[in-house]
Design a protein around this ligand. Structure first.
Ligand code: NCD
Length: 381
């Protein structure tokens, strides 16, 4: 490894071609960046030196790096757990600006003109990949699609090499989907480009949860009065995890409902109530969010019989009656019709927000790309 990023891009450690010593580049907000040698050949030691120097500098300049005045200033989007309530609200407000724009006849802006964005998808995706592509292109950026579904590259080490290679082409943002949990974070610590996590195994899918929140905000505005049921294969679902974190931070109450074997043991650590029964779990809910059974992650285990699963956990008009009158239905897609959700209900636009979710996806991703690139311009010189 010849470079490492710390403190969300404020510190960069790197090696010059002709030197064994680690160099550091520090960037404090509103100040010119400082470059210097750490005087160390050992990365761990160099990291300590850079961090100490950075904190002494930030004390001197009285700049509190941790505080972002409640606005999203990050250059990566890898985990919802990293986001504060104010940051989430800020992203949603920014995204709102693009909703009307996306309904215009000519949908083109040049705020990201000349910027290079890579879609790096190591897992199947149509919806998320095209959504990012549409978002990037509407803002005028150049987007390169790299779709790799090759098991040899799905190993962490090789992947980091691939990322370093792509990083050498000076991209602004890498959008990464990969089956390995936590891989986006690792990549963000290795390359210069900004990273957006488009799904890492069963771990997180931040932009999906943000687009779900925007869809809900359009209907209700006030999250704190809402009770939301998230139902189905919770154990393997990154969408469930990211939604639990985002929606609870926004103040909603969350019920999770699913068969016992698909309820993760550590759920109790999250701000949720847990149910195995749809009747109880949906009681008084304003939103019922259904999840796809993640077949690709259920390897070597017995899959439930689809018909009996639908009978117990599939959402149809009858089960929806357990929720509040006028409750809405959501699903991140792709759907298994007749397994998680009744086909007619999924298409009933008076109840189902599924198409709206897709539309909000583009708006949210436009906001995330624009914000992240703006933050890079302000933070990293
Ligand atoms: C979700 C995903 O990939 O995690 N889909 C999506 O992003 N559109 C949900 C799923 O695949 O079930």
């Amino acid at each position: 490894m010849n470079s490492k990023i710390l403190k969300s891009g404020h510190i960069k450690l790197y090696k010059r071609e002709n030197s064994q010593f680690w160099q550091m580049k520090l960037k404090l907000p509103k100040l010119k960046s400082i470059r210097s040698s750490t005087g160390s050949k050992i990365l761990k030691e160099a990291e300590k030196i850079a961090l100490n120097y950075y904190s002494s500098l930030s004390k001197k300049t009285k700049i509190n790096i941790g505080r972002t005045k409640n606005i999203f200033k990050k250059i990566h989007l890898v985990e919802t757990a990293d986001l504060t309530k104010k940051e989430i609200e800020h992203i949603l407000n920014e995204a709102k600006k693009y909703i009307l724009f996306n309904k215009k006849k000519i949908k083109h802006m040049n705020i990201l003109e000349g910027r290079t964005i890579f879609n790096l998808f190591f897992e199947d995706s149509t919806r998320t990949r095209t959504s990012f592509e549409v978002a990037a292109k509407r803002l005028g950026a150049d987007l390169i699609n790299v779709v790799v579904k090759d098991s040899s590259i799905n190993k962490g080490e090789t992947l980091l090499d691939t990322m370093t290679t792509i990083n050498s082409m000076n991209p602004d943002v890498l959008i990464v989907r990969h089956p390995e949990e936590g891989i986006s974070k690792k990549i963000s610590e290795t390359v210069d480009a900004s990273i957006i996590n488009a799904g890492d195994g069963s771990h997180e899918h931040p932009t999906q949860a943000l687009l779900d929140a925007l869809t809900i905000k359009n209907k209700f505005n006030n999250f704190s009065k809402l009770k939301i049921a998230i139902c189905g294969d919770i154990l393997h679902s990154r969408v469930a995890r990211s939604n639990i974190i985002i929606l609870s931070k926004l103040g909603s109450k969350i019920n999770v409902v699913g068969p016992k074997e698909w309820l993760p043991k550590n759920l109790r650590k999250l701000p949720v109530r847990v149910f195995t029964d749809m009747r109880k779990g949906l009681e008084n809910c304003d939103i019922v969010m259904m999840l796809r059974i993640q077949k690709e992650r259920i390897v070597g285990k017995i899959m439930p019989d689809q018909r009996s699963y639908f009978k117990k956990y599939g959402l149809d008009y009858n089960k929806l009656k357990y929720a509040k009158k006028n409750a809405f239905v959501m699903h991140p897609g792709p759907m298994n019709r007749g397994v998680e959700i009744d086909s007619k209900l999924a298409d009933d636009i008076t109840i189902s927000l599924i198409q709206e979710q897709v539309a909000m996806g583009v708006a949210v991703r436009m906001a995330c790309l624009a914000l992240i690139i703006k933050n890079r311009d302000n933070n990293v010189s």
